[in-house]
Design a protein around this ligand. Structure first.
Ligand code: NAD
Ligand code: USQ
Length: 409
């Protein structure tokens, strides 16, 4: 298949592009390097050094003999999106290219607006380009399990049958997202479902849980093929952060009681799920939702697992919660559709955590301890993390400055 990976320079997009390329697909990569600019804006960096996109692509060709097409540009630029689709003519578009951090979206008004404009407008441009150029292109869109929130009933895969006053219908599952970022994914889902209904587009919305891990069979072939690994308080995700914290002797930063429970998956399963979605496309006019996670854990359980796996002593600290979220709640979410298509999950165990700890240990000298504490407060409309900061927008350079001493944790 011809597969275009939007956001192909990011944490998940890059290893997905390599995986699809090695599996025999013709792959194109699109990115505007916004993610690299957030690092400059916040004064942080990936724990694992990452090469520039053109260098990665060159090394991939040397190592594998396989070519990746590259397109540098911004999805909020409709002309660029149309040009890329016309030139590459994909069978599937895998759309990772969004601002994906909940804390980043909650810094202040500018960052919330930036996140929603970037994500919603980018996806809308893509929907129009697909409808105009070739409605048979299958859109595989990365959504999030966080679209559902934490309701006190079982979570279904996208839709729920409801009987109300004697009548029954199958309706989109209610959404209760927990940040302006998560809300942007809900808005995307509505726009995509509508485009499938009115224009007959075909799409798979992958409601993905939290991803952990850094190495994939392709990225380990050469150091220049490594993907990024974030541990800071804004972009780092929980298990990746806990492993880095353990290695540098920082107490594990459990927010509140640690009863928050989330769906999770290994980075290698992200790659497998995306490929399964591409090779088993939705029907014309179909909007379908797959819940893309393999297991669920509470934050407290994750901390315990890291404590058990780490050979030395690790402390666990319960911090005043920076987010507004339920700390103790019911959580049971369906996730059978990808298993039915053949997904064989990599489940989280001590050896997975040991390999994450090894990655963290190899790069421990690059850890900036000042970047670990959570600095964005949900209840505040303007985080003290930034002074005169402004988020990245198309064509502009970021101007945010990081105040090292303003952790509100
Ligand atoms: P990432 O930030 O590392 O990668 C996203 C990439 O998209 C970056 O390289 C960025 O430069 C690019 N991008 C952003 N806006 C763009 C635009 N307007 N035009 C062109 N390129 C743009 O994020 P990730 O962790 O790889 O996540 C990828 C996707 O998966 C996101 O949509 C995210 O919401 C979703 N997701 C991630 C996780 C996770 O745990 N990392 C979990 C669930 C869902
Ligand atoms: N948490 C801690 N301590 C930490 C970091 C996080 O207790 O040091 C808690 C958070 O409060 C939250 C949970 O761990 O309850 C998960 O936080 P996270 O930062 O690991 O993940 P989240 O903000 O949910 O976002 C990540 C990705 C996002 C994706 C989402 C999937 O950044 O792109 O959409 O996971 S999901 O959680 O299913 O919505």
């Amino acid at each position: 298949m011809r597969i275009l990976v939007l956001g192909g320079d990011g944490y998940l997009g890059w290893p997905t592009a390599l995986h699809l390329s090695r599996a025999g697909h013709e792959v194109g990569v699109v990115d505007n390097f916004a993610r690299r600019q957030y690092d400059y804006e916040m004064g942080v960096d990936s724990l694992v050094p990452v090469c520039q996109l053109q260098q990665r692509v060159r090394v991939w060709e040397e190592v594998s003999g396989l070519r990746l097409a590259t397109f540098v540009g911004d999805l909020t630029d409709a002309t660029f999106v149309s040009r890329v689709l016309r030139e590459f003519r994909p069978d599937s578009v895998v759309h990772f290219a969004e601002q994906r951090s909940a804390p980043y979206s909650m810094i202040d008004r500018q960052h919330a607006v930036y996140t929603q404009v970037n994500n919603v407008v980018g996806t809308l441009n893509l929907l129009y380009a697909i409808a105009e150029i070739d409605p048979t292109i299958h859109l595989v869109k990365l959504g999030t399990m966080g679209e559902y929130g934490t309701p006190n009933i079982d979570i279904e895969e996208g839709f729920i049958e409801i009987t109300h006053r004697g009548r029954t219908d199958v309706l989109p599952y209610p959404k209760q997202p927990g940040s302006f970022y998560h809300l942007s994914k809900v808005h995307d889902s509505h726009n995509i479902m509508f485009a499938c209904r009115i224009w007959g587009l075909r799409s798979t919305d992958l409601n993905q849980g939290i991803v952990y891990g850094q190495e994939t069979p392709e990225t380990v072939l050469h150091p220049d093929l490594a993907t990024r690994f974030d541990y800071d308080g804004v972009f780092g995700t929980v298990l990746n952060r806990f492993c880095v914290q353990a290695v540098v002797g920082h107490p594990l930063t459990v927010y509140g009681s640690g009863g928050q429970t989330r769906g999770m998956l290994d980075i290698r399963d992200t790659l497998a799920c995306v490929e399964l979605a591409c090779t088993n496309p939705a029907e014309p006019g179909e909007y379908r939702v797959f819940n893309q996670f393999t297991e669920s854990f509470s934050v407290g359980q994750l901390a315990e697992m890291v404590v058990d796996a780490f050979p030395g002593r690790v402390e666990v600290e319960h911090l005043e919660p920076p987010r507004v979220e339920k700390q103790e709640h019911y959580y049971r979410a369906a996730h059978t559709k990808l298993l039915d298509l053949g997904l064989v999950p990599h489940l989280l165990n001590q050896s997975t955590i040991a390999s994450l700890l090894a990655v963290a240990d190899r790069h421990r000298d690059r850890v900036d301890p000042a970047a670990i504490a959570p600095t964005v407060q949900w209840r505040s409309t303007a985080s003290t993390l930034f002074t005169a900061g402004s988020p990245v927008s198309a064509g502009s350079r970021p101007t945010g400055t990081r105040e090292a001493e303003t952790s509100e944790a």
